[in-house]
Design a protein around this ligand. Structure first.
Ligand code: SF4
Length: 415
C-alpha cells in the first residue's frame, strides 16, 4: 500500500502550458489521485491574485495564484481535500518564492489546510512517499509528449486550410495522451509503449488536417521565461499573432529546461566532488534515460518535424550563450535565451522573440545582451516582449517585428 499525502485530496496542476498540465494530470490520475489542470488564466484570475500580492512578485506567480484562488470559489471547494502542485528550486531566481507565497496567501485567507505540494528529487519527493520516483517518471513522459504535440500544433496550424482545425486536433490529442497515461493498470514499460502508440495516433490525426505547405512562411524562434513563453493568456497568445503575420513559431520546449537543470547538476557535482563518483553516475544515467525516452517518442514525429529537431545536448545552447555571458556566473534562462538566438539562426530562423514577464531578471539580462547578438548574426531581429497583464498593442508590435524579419530573410536568402 502506498503512502502519500495526496490520499483523499484533489490536486490542481498549474496551467503553465494548458496542454502540458492536462497530460501531467494524467500521470497523477494513474495512481488513483484525482488531478486536474488549472486553466491558463484570465483577467479575473489576475485581479484575484493582486488582492493578496504587493505587486513585486513575478507575473507567473500572479497568474498561478489567481487561477488557484478562482478555483476556491467553486461550489463544494474543501481546503482539507485540496492540494496544489507548485514545484520549487533553490538559487537566485524568484521562482523559489512561489510555493512560500502560495502557503502564506492561503493561510491569510483561512485556507491553510490546502496542501501545497513541492516535491523534487532533491527533497526526496516530499509528500509523495513511495510513489514519487515512479510518478516523476510518468510526469517526464507527460512533458515530452505534450512538448511534441505543441510542436505539431505549431508546425501545422500556420498552414491549415480551414481555421481552427489544428487547434481542435491538438486538444483531442492532449486528451488522448492524458487518458492514456491515466490508465492505472498499465505500469512501467507497458505505460510507455501505450503512450508511444497514442503518439502514433496523434501524428496520424495531424496528418489528416488539410494544409498547404507550399506557403512561404518565416520561421521565428520563441525563447524567454518558461512560464510566460508557454502560457497563452500571459503572453497574449503571441505565437498565434506571429502566425497571423506570416510566421511559423518554433518555441523552446519544457524539456530544454529539464536538460539544463540536469546539465547544471552534473557541473556542480564535477566542481565540488570531482568527475568520478556515485552521484555523477546517477545523474548521468538519469539524463541518458530521459534522453532515450524522449528520442523514442520524438522518432514517431521525425518526418513531420524534419528541420525542427532539438539539439542533441543542451550544452550546445550553453556553448553559444557563453560567447556573451559566463555560464558559471549566470544560471538560468538568460544563457539559454541568448544561446538559443544563435542556434535558431543556424536552423534558418529569420528572427527570435523573447517572451518574458515584466521585471524578470532573466529577460532583463538577456535583453541587455541582444544588441551584440544581433550584430553578430548580421542584424537578425530579436525582440523582447514583456508582459504583466496590462493591455498593450502586441499585434502592432508583432507586425513591425515581422517586417524586420522579412527584410532580414530577404537579405540572408531565408525566404
Ligand atoms: S525566471 Fe523571471 S519571472 Fe520566472 S521566477 Fe525567475 S525572475 Fe521570476
Amino acid at each position: 500500500m502506498s503512502s502519500h499525502t495526496l490520499a483523499g485530496r484533489k490536486i490542481q496542476i498549474p496551467g503553465m502550458c494548458g496542454g502540458t498540465a492536462r497530460v501531467f494530470a494524467g500521470a497523477f490520475r494513474s495512481f488513483g489521485i484525482e488531478a486536474s489542470a488549472s486553466p491558463e488564466g484570465d483577467d479575473e484570475t489576475r485581479e484575484l491574485a493582486l488582492k493578496y500580492l504587493n505587486g513585486d512578485e513575478c507575473y507567473p506567480q500572479v497568474v498561478t495564484l489567481g487561477n488557484f484562488l478562482k478555483s476556491t470559489k467553486e461550489p463544494g471547494f474543501d481546503p482539507a481535500k485540496t492540494a496544489v502542485f507548485m514545484p520549487t528550486s533553490p538559487g537566485p531566481c524568484r521562482f523559489g518564492q512561489y510555493s512560500h507565497t502560495f502557503r502564506r496567501t492561503l493561510e491569510q485567507m483561512g485556507l491553510g489546510e490546502v496542501l501545497v505540494l513541492s516535491p523534487s528529487c532533491a527533497n526526496g519527493y516530499r509528500g509523495l512517499g513511495d510513489i514519487g520516483p515512479e510518478l516523476f517518471r510518468y510526469c517526464w513522459w507527460a512533458v515530452v509528449a505534450a512538448d511534441l504535440l505543441r510542436k505539431m500544433l505549431q508546425r501545422y496550424r500556420p498552414y491549415e486550410k480551414l481555421k481552427g482545425n489544428t487547434d481542435k486536433v491538438y486538444w483531442e490529442c492532449i486528451r488522448d495522451a492524458a487518458d492514456t497515461l491515466a490508465i492505472a493498470e498499465n505500469r512501467g514499460p507497458k505505460k510507455f509503449t501505450d503512450l508511444a502508440v497514442c503518439m502514433g495516433r496523434c501524428r496520424d490525426r495531424f496528418r489528416q488536417i488539410p494544409v498547404d505547405f507550399t506557403q512561404k512562411r518565416l520561421l521565428i524562434g520563441v525563447a524567454g521565461e518558461i512560464f510566460c513563453r508557454l502560457n497563452t493568456y500571459s503572453n497574449d497568445d503571441v505565437a498565434r499573432k506571429i502566425e497571423e503575420h506570416g510566421g511559423e513559431c518554433w518555441t523552446a520546449d519544457i524539456t530544454e529546461w529539464v536538460y539544463y537543470v540536469n546539465f547544471w547538476e552534473m557541473e556542480e557535482i564535477r566542481a565540488f566532488e570531482g568527475p568520478w563518483n556515485l552521484k555523477m553516475l546517477k545523474a548521468k544515467i538519469s539524463d541518458k534515460v530521459q534522453k532515450k525516452e524522449e528520442h523514442a517518442l520524438a522518432a514517431i514525429f521525425a518526418e513531420d518535424l524534419k528541420g525542427r529537431e532539438e539539439p542533441e545536448s543542451v550544452g550546445e545552447i550553453v556553448k553559444e550563450g557563453e560567447k556573451y555571458i559566463p555560464a558559471h556566473a549566470a544560471l538560468g534562462e538568460m544563457i539559454l535565451s541568448v544561446g538559443k538566438a544563435a542556434w535558431y539562426r543556424k536552423k534558418k530562423c529569420a528572427g527570435m522573440v523573447d517572451i518574458s514577464p515584466f521585471t524578470c531578471m532573466n529577460g532583463i539580462v538577456a535583453q541587455a545582451l541582444y544588441p551584440k547578438v544581433i550584430e553578430d548574426l548580421g542584424g537578425m531581429p530579436i525582440r523582447t516582449f514583456y508582459f504583466d497583464g496590462t493591455k498593450a498593442d502586441t499585434d502592432g508590435e508583432v507586425a513591425i517585428f515581422m517586417e524586420l524579419a522579412k527584410r532580414y530573410a530577404g537579405k540572408e536568402g531565408l525566404l
